[in-house]
Design a protein around this ligand. Structure first.
Ligand code: OXD
Ligand code: MN
Length: 590
């Protein structure tokens, strides 16, 4: 397929990066197998025990390159204000110049792979095409799982189609020469100096969230950091929810939830549509429709076990790439809080020898897997993948859920009063930091709609876009907030979490249909006593009260923090959000 714009761009990028050769990724099985062979031959990837892990590969990234580097991630708009106060900003010409120095000659002795990929089903009017140029076979093999990639995408692009231009080079993996740059105004992404998934699989966070959120505002749709799941009730009705949680709050686990008894035997079923990203549009029927643009899971391995997520375990038994987990000498992979005993000996994520019980010089256990180690696996292998997951129209949303990881203050669940109050609740969301982010563990950070690291433009304008979307809908879906992580005075989680979360989702769906009872609090509506089905669950009688309690003094402090957070946006912040702040404060004081 001859696309002059594409050809010319590749020529320019090759002139800068100087690869020895250029290889087009065609999406064929033969090419994938040849690339796997090559990666294994060079040692970049290791084949796992093929009897136990058919089609699975192992990879270790550099020890300084194991998570997204938000401090090296930039939004490069002509005006600084268009990137907003929550993004790092660099002037585009300066950004091209600086990264250009790192890219110059970076592919000498290497191959430049051209990956044409589609986010969303090929040919769906909702989908977006990207081309990633990369010097990493690991990236190619991951993109083949995470996206629809290959020749068909080029055919869809045609001779004059538009696409996101993505350029990636490992460079020399030096974190002083690492930059993850987004140029929304040029529909371009440049990533250099990293080999870690979140920085280099350009279809994921870079295109499907940062660039797509920008395009969504221009084009009247939304790109969100949300899981998508269907919940089937005993009558066979399936309703869909989208839920935004900051990184490492269990989105993947929730999306693959196993119904607890007695829900299971009564016929409740969960259908996974996506675990990380949702593209949401207004349908002709006035409802919101959501689509998962990805075709794979790039999930955190540690903590994935038969209790937390048996469906993920089943998904990753074959054709999966494992990154930075423990590699046993027997060709098995293992991670902390996983399934089964660790191998007798192996090599840890950092390349060092490891055996069970290993401790450091202070006597602390040395983990075999990095806390942010990952699996990359095809969605199609998920035992409960929704039959609708590839529907080019997406699925209709019955409810939107926001949530975070908070030990105190935030109730198990509440329903917001209306769309505008829901947007405020999303905009003031917060979570305690975990290993997927760079920062101090346990610190609370405001993470609006779980998009703080992923919004490709000024977040004040993003809030405005959310408010505007609500105005376009005759009856917008209800917006809820959940917190599975509230702790008691002894520091123990009060709510059991995991599959039991379905009990909360069931109330949410009944509430969305106008069928469940609720009690009004200053934050919104919480379930009336007895409205959350606790059948078969041992929970002390006072636990539900504790879980739903709203401490007015604590919340007045929260509101003060909301105001501080909003201040950085100055006059660009939609006044509706400040009005919501005032209204919440009034309700708390009355
Ligand atoms: C992710 C993240 O990797 O949110 O999905 O960090
Ligand atoms: Mn994510």
């Amino acid at each position: 397929m001859h696309n002059p714009m594409l050809q010319e761009w590749i020529r320019q990028m090759a002139e800068m990066c100087r690869p020895d050769r250029i290889v087009w990724v065609d999406g064929s099985r033969e090419q994938k197998e040849a690339l796997e062979k090559e990666a294994v031959a060079t040692g970049e990837m290791i084949r796992l025990n093929q009897e136990k892990w058919p089609g699975c590969l192992y990879h270790r990234t550099a020890v300084n390159d194991v998570a997204r580097t938000e401090h090296l991630t930039y939004i490069c708009t002509r005006n600084k204000e268009d990137a907003g106060p929550t993004n790092n900003w660099m002037e585009p010409q300066e950004a091209y110049r600086r990264a250009g120095e790192y890219f110059r000659g970076s592919m000498r002795g290497r191959t430049m792979y051209v990956i044409p990929f589609s986010m969303g089903p090929i040919g769906s009017p909702f989908s977006k095409i990207g081309i990633e140029l990369t010097d990493s076979i690991y990236v190619v093999l991951n993109m083949l799982i995470m996206t629809r990639a290959g020749r068909e995408v080029l055919e869809q692009l045609g001779s004059d189609g538009d696409f996101t231009k993505g350029l990636h080079s490992k460079g020399d993996l030096d974190d002083k020469k690492r930059l993850i740059l987004h140029f929304p105004e040029d529909n371009t992404i440049w990533s250099v100096g990293s080999g870690y998934g979140g920085n280099v699989l350009l279809g994921k966070k870079c295109l499907s969230l940062r660039i797509a959120s920008y395009l969504g505002r221009l084009e009247g749709w939304m790109a969100e950091h949300m899981l998508l799941m269907g919940i089937e009730d005993p009558s066979g009705r399936v309703e869909y929810i989208a839920a935004a949680f900051p990184s490492a709050c269990g989105k993947t686990n929730l999306a693959m939830l196993v119904p607890p008894e007695p829900f299971r035997s009564r016929g409740y079923k969960i259908w996974t549509v996506g675990d990380d990203i949702a593209w949401i549009r207004l349908g002709e029927d006035g409802r919101l429709w959501a689509l998962n643009p990805e075709t794979g899971f790039f999930g955190v391995a540690p903590g994935t076990n038969a209790k937390s997520n048996p469906n993920a375990l089943a998904t990753i038994r074959k054709n999966t790439i494992f990154t930075n987990v423990l590699l046993g000498d027997d060709g098995n992979v293992w991670w902390e809080q996983g399934e089964g005993p660790p191998p007798a000996s192996g090599t840890a994520w950092n390349g060092r020898r490891w055996k069970p019980g290993l401790v450091d010089h202070e006597g602390k256990p040395v983990p075999g897997a990095h806390p942010n180690s990952r699996f990359t696996a095809p969605i199609s292998q998920c035992p409960i993948v929704s039959p609708e997951w590839e529907n080019p129209r997406g699925v209709p949303l019955s409810a939107i859920i926001f949530g975070g990881r908070r030990s105190t203050a935030v109730p198990l669940v509440f329903e917001t009063f209306n769309w505008r109050h829901g947007v405020y609740t999303g905009a003031t969301m917060s979570s305690e930091l975990t290993a997927a982010q760079f920062g101090t563990l346990g610190k609370v950070r405001r993470d609006p709609m779980a998009m703080l690291p992923f919004c490709g433009y000024n977040m004040a304008d993003y809030f405005g876009h959310w408010l505007k979307m609500g105005e376009k809908m005759s009856s917008p879906p209800k917006i809820f907030h959940v917190n599975w992580f509230r702790r008691d005075a002894n520091g123990n989680f009060i709510w059991p979490g995991f599959g039991e979360n379905l009990r909360v989702l069931e109330w949410i769906l009944r509430r969305a249909r106008g069928e469940a009872e609720a009690v009004e609090t200053p934050l919104g509506f919480v379930p009336a006593p007895g409205e959350i089905n606790l059948e078969g669950l041992e929970l002390s009688p006072s636990a539900m009260e504790q879980l739903l309690a709203v401490d007015r003094d604590l919340w007045l402090e929260e509101v003060a923090d909301h105001r501080r957070f909003f201040q950085q946006f100055g006059s660009r912040l939609p006044r509706e959000l400040l009005e919501e702040c005032d209204a919440l404060e009034q309700r708390l004081k009355s």
